[in-house]
Design a protein around this ligand. Structure first.
Ligand SMILES: Nc1ncnc2c1ncn2[C@@H]1O[C@H](COP(=O)(O)OP(=O)(O)OP(=O)(O)O)[C@@H](O)[C@H]1O
Length: 291
């Protein structure tokens, strides 16, 4: 199934490449694999773990691509390849048509290709000793974006965009709730007006009631800013709620892909069916929380 799924994606990619009029995907992972050296590995592959195995996927402008699969299936490694934190062992990474396979996240920023990441735990993603205002100013200072006045105005704009009062700007992360901290992390991710955002399990560390609020915030921002987003989760119901397109991963491979509604209403792969069958009892006992 995965080969069929990836063959389909490769055929689409070839077709898109042949048509100059077709809009380039923001991110295009072309048949990437990531193999880590380890002390253990498997019987067939000693001292090696294949975290991602011949994966092809595309993120189009304004789209939310959901990546779903169990722990260890390669989601975070895929996210790291997308944002330049991990170089693939094989395969190529394109950013708006440009081959950036060998470029680090830092090098990509210098050529104006920005992908921001929102991590699972805002407590560790934010600097505990920096005020909220400084956390938001930091990326603009580091990348020398705007005058001090423009940066200050942008900070006020960002904090409003994520639904927080400007009174939190002087607070330290430890003085905020988990949901507020994740809002700050999202504001920080938006500060350089990224081409795409990768949200890697952004709600998993939060209380169930707060999860729905953060999901709704991401949906609102996506609409208002026409964000292109990769949303990664082991929770298939959360992915279903927010995504336009879905890739289901198992053991480093894409086992199913397609429009979210089609994948969920008519899953073809046994693993997807298993995830869907297991889903209702996993994290959202009360579906009204997501409405
Ligand atoms: N730096 C590394 N060195 C060795 N093995 C690694 C490394 N990073 C990830 N792995 C292994 O690669 C596989 C995929 O890991 P990855 O973190 O991408 O999965 P995941 O789906 O994001 O899981 P989780 O949801 O638990 O984070 C796992 O078997 C993991 O142990």
């Amino acid at each position: 199934m995965s080969q069929t799924s990836d063959a389909k994606a490769s055929a689409e990619a070839a077709q898109a490449a042949a048509s100059p009029a077709a809009e380039e995907p923001i991110i295009f992972l072309d048949d990437i694999s990531v193999v880590f050296k380890t002390r253990t590995g498997s019987l067939l592959n000693p001292n090696r773990v294949t975290a991602v195995n011949h994966l092809t996927l595309k993120l189009h402008r304004g789209e939310t691509l959901g990546i779903v699969g169990e722990s260890g299936c390669g989601k975070s490694t895929t996210a790291n390849v997308m944002c330049g934190l991990q170089t693939p062992t094989s395969g190529q990474v394109f950013f708006k048509g440009e081959n950036v396979t060998k470029r680090s996240a830092e090098q990509r920023r210098h050529i104006g290709r920005v992908i921001s990441v929102v991590f699972q735990d805002p407590a560790t993603a934010l600097n505990a000793r920096m005020s909220v205002a400084d956390q938001l100013l930091d990326p603009m200072r580091v990348h020398k974006v705007g005058t001090p006045q423009e940066q200050a105005a942008r900070v006020r704009e960002l904090i409003g965009m994520v639904g927080l009062p400007s009174s939190v700007l002087d607070a330290l992360p430890g003085q905020l709730s988990g949901g507020q901290r994740q809002r700050v992390a999202i504001a920080r991710a938006l500060s350089l007006s990224p081409d795409a955002i990768i949200a890697d399990e952004p709600t998993s560390a939060l209380d169930v009631s707060v999860r729905a609020q953060i999901l709704n915030l991401l949906m609102d921002l996506k609409r208002e800013l026409q964000l292109s987003m990769v949303f990664i989760s082991h929770d298939i119901q959360t992915v279903r709620y927010i995504s336009d397109q879905i890739v289901v991963m198992n053991k480093g491979q894409a086992v199913e892909r397609g429009k979210a509604s089609e994948v969920f209403d008519n899953p073809q792969d046994d693993y997807t069916k298993l995830l869907l069958g297991a889903a209702p009892s996993l994290l959202h006992p009360d579906p009204s929380l997501l409405s």
